[in-house]
Structure formats: C-alpha cells, structure tokens
Design a protein around this ligand. Structure first.
Ligand code: FAD
Ligand code: NAP
Length: 338
C-alpha cells in the first residue's frame, strides 16, 4: 500500500468502554497523526454515567423504532456556524438506576492492563470511574472532545483516477456551549471512523392492542425501565413489570420491598435466573394480549393476558423490553457522498 493510502487520522464516536480502549490502543501504535474521540456527554463513562433525573415525562410510543423516535437533526448550511441550542430529545441519558451493580465479574469487564478498584460485582459508579480513569491512565484524555455529538458521517470518495488516494469521512459535529447557551457546528475529515456509540440509548416498547389508548387515558402510567431509578417511587402501588431479562428481573425483585404485593411480572420466556416458582412477593403472568382502557371498576383500565386472566386498576406498567440501537443518518452512509 502506498503512503497516501494509509490511515493517518481516525475519529472515535463515543467515550464509553469501547471508545476508551480503542483510543488507548490507537495511541499505543504511535503511528496516527490525529486521533479524536467525540462524546456527546459531559464526561467519559458511557452506559455507566448516572443521571439522577432521567426525564420520565417523555412521550411513550409503543412499536416505534429509532428512525422515528430519534430522527436526525437538520444540519445548518455554511458550517462552521453558531446556532440556537437544539432541544430535540436525543436519548443521551443512561438507564442506570440507584441500586444497579454489575452482573459480570470484574475480571471479564476489565481491560488486561488495569483492574476495577475492587470486585467481583460492583456498584455502577465503579465502572464509570474506571472508564473515565482509563483515559487519564493512557493520557488519551487530551484526545477527548466532550459535549460534542457526531450528527452525521459522510463518505468523501477518492478521485476515480487517483489510485494513490482512499475514501475519507466527513464528520458533522455539534458542541453544546452551556456558557453562551448555543450550539457550535463544524466539520472535520478523517481517514477512518470507529463507531463506539453503544446500543442502549433508545428504549423499545412493543405495540400491543389497546396500548396507545391506554397511555392516552392514563398518562404516566406506562413507562420504560430506562427511566426507573428507585423502588421508593412505587410505594404501595400496584405494579406490572413486562420483560424477564436483566432489567425485568432486577426491577421486579427490588419492587417487592415497596410496592403493593404481589408485583406482577409478565414473561415471554424463562430466564436463566428463574426457578420453577416465582420468588416470594412476585406473581408471574404470561404476555399481555390487550389493554382495555375503559374496562375495570370506574373505568380504571384492564390488562388482559394471553391466558385470559385480567388485572384492573394497576398504578404502573414498567416495560423492561430492552433497547434498539440508534445511528441517525449513518445507516446509509456507505452509499452516500458528502
Ligand atoms: C442497565 C445496563 C446495565 C449493564 N450492566 C452491564 C454489566 O454489569 N456488565 C457488562 O459487562 N455490561 C453491562 N451492560 C452493557 C454495557 O452497556 C456494555 O458492557 C458497555 O459498557 C458498553 O460500552 P460501549 O462503549 O460499547 O457503549 P456505551 O457505554 O453506551 O458508550 C457509548 C458512548 O457513545 C456516546 N454517543 C452515542 N452516540 C453519539 C454521537 N452521535 N456522538 C457522540 N457520542 C455519542 C454515548 O453518549 C456514550 O457515552 C449494561 C447495560 C445496561 C443498559
Ligand atoms: N448489570 C445489571 O444488573 C443489568 C441490569 C439491567 C440491564 N442490564 C443489561 O442491559 C442490557 C439490556 O437489558 P434489558 O433487560 O433492559 O433488555 P433485554 O435484555 O433486551 O431484554 C428484553 C426483555 O423484554 C422481553 N420482550 C421483548 N419484546 C417483548 C414483547 N414484544 N413482549 C414481551 N416481552 C418482550 C424479552 O423477552 P424474550 O427473552 O422472550 O425476548 C426480554 O425478557 C443487557 O445487556 C443487560 O445485561 C444489566
């Protein structure tokens, strides 16, 4: 490969666990002329950053996928430019709840050259500190551009008759300046881009017959586990948990301490934690077949499960049904020019 074709500049999108180790590995090569890590949050840490106020008042839209929930921003013309701050929800807050601990031992979560402060299973702030410290440990903190969202990645094709050149990638970047309350927009071009932007930002709630009408009639009753922080909010409430993976298991277990018992857990499949019987205080239910907003005593709403059983007048339905990865605009980047 001729010198012109080599990758000398690289952008990393995201400063979570993946971005941290990518930056240190690239720096260790002592080869690249320019490495930049763009992170939309105010610090490194990714999934492990804790947001005390996750804004649960966001509208709940069953069945919607990231292209609808997290559409790309309109990019201003003539960059660089300073604009009024964008207020669109970008799902950048994390799902970390107060009691969250790691469910993977530290030996499996750590990089080979550094360990967690202690282990094996640790509170959520230990991996956050670890990822943040990893940047300073390797002196890659200076590569970080924080509060900066990569809004677009476009391919700049090499000139067809220039065999010595390779395609490049133009990033459109938006940095929030809280001091002036403005957004700064600009572009940078790199030989290569690493996407380390994570998978757990946009919550997913399945579409179920009657759910839209149920949400409209009882605003705030249906939420996603991304916005759950503490069982205290559910003291004496009649709660239904939907989902049986890590979030569904954790939330139903800890709600037993505060909610009205039993806590109902709607399960589609058996999880690796399940025994033959539900834990004390939890009642297992099958998948929800339908919501009837006007049924129940006083029209308080009814939930109908697949086995025909029903629940009336519940106070909260918490969907622990996971996430969909979101990369606005980027899905079509390979076939698009600048
Ligand atoms: C509730 C929960 C608990 C978990 N518990 C564990 C566990 O115990 N053990 C385990 O091993 N794994 C766990 N995971 C999985 C965990 O997410 C991964 O292990 C790992 O931390 C993911 O790292 P990442 O760098 O790939 O992504 P993330 O940590 O999500 O980092 C991606 C970063 O990219 C940034 N970003 C996204 N889009 C843009 C953009 N357009 N421009 C700029 N920046 C952007 C984000 O702000 C974020 O900081 C858990 C996940 C969740 C949701
Ligand atoms: N450290 C921790 O303790 C911790 C805590 C929470 C989350 N996490 C991590 O966070 C990530 C996300 O976990 P998660 O539990 O939020 O999501 P998840 O692992 O994607 O699980 C989604 C759950 O929702 C169910 N589901 C999906 N669609 C459904 C539908 N239409 N009807 C009924 N059920 C449906 C799934 O059932 P099926 O199994 O049948 O598909 C599954 O039980 C994982 O990596 C997990 O390990 C870790």
């Amino acid at each position: 490969m001729g010198g012109e074709k080599r990758v000398r500049s690289v952008a990393i999108v995201g400063a979570g666990a993946a971005g941290a180790v990518t930056a240190s590995a690239f720096k260790a090569e002592n080869y690249f002329e320019r490495i930049r890590v763009f992170e939309r949050r105010e610090s490194a840490g990714g999934t492990w950053i804790y947001d005390a106020n996750p804004q649960p008042e966001l509208p709940v839209r069953p069945g919607s996928l990231p292209p609808d929930l997290d559409p790309p921003l309109e990019i201003p013309s003539n960059l660089p430019r300073v604009t009024a701050p964008d207020r669109q929800e970008r799902f950048s807050k994390t799902p970390v709840y107060d009691s969250l601990t790691t469910n993977v031992p530290d030996i499996a979560m750590c990089y080979s050259d550094a360990r967690f402060a202690y282990g094996p299973f640790v509170p959520h702030y230990i991996p956050r500190q670890y990822v943040e410290n990893y940047f300073s440990l390797h002196k890659t903190d200076s590569l970080l551009e924080l509060n900066t969202t990569v809004e677009d990645v476009a391919r700049i094709p090499a000139e067809p008759n220039d065999s010595g050149r390779r395609d490049a990638w133009k990033l459109t970047l938006r940095k929030r300046d809280p001091l002036r309350d403005v957004d700064l927009w600009w572009e940078e071009t790199f030989d290569a881009v690493v996407l380390a932007n994570g998978h757990y930002s946009v919550p997913y709630i399945p579409q179920v017959q009657g759910l839209d009408a149920y949400i409209a009639k009882f605003p705030g009753r249906v939420v996603h586990s991304k916005y759950y922080r503490s069982p205290r909010v559910y003291a004496d409430k009649r709660v239904v948990i939907v989902g049986n993976s890590a979030s569904g298991h954790d939330l139903s277990s800890e709600l037993v301490s505060t909610a009205r018992l039993p806590v109902y857990q709607s399960r589609r499949s058996k999880s690796r934690w399940d025994g033959d019987e539900p834990p004390e205080g939890i009642e297992w239910k099958p998948v929800i077949r339908e919501y009837l907003p006007d049924a129940g005593r006083g029209g308080g709403g009814r939930i109908v499960f697949d086995d025909g059983s029903t629940l009336d007048d519940v106070d909260a339905v918490i969907y622990c049904t996971g996430y969909k990865a979101s990369s606005p605009r980027w899905a079509s980047w390979a076939c698009r020019g600048p």
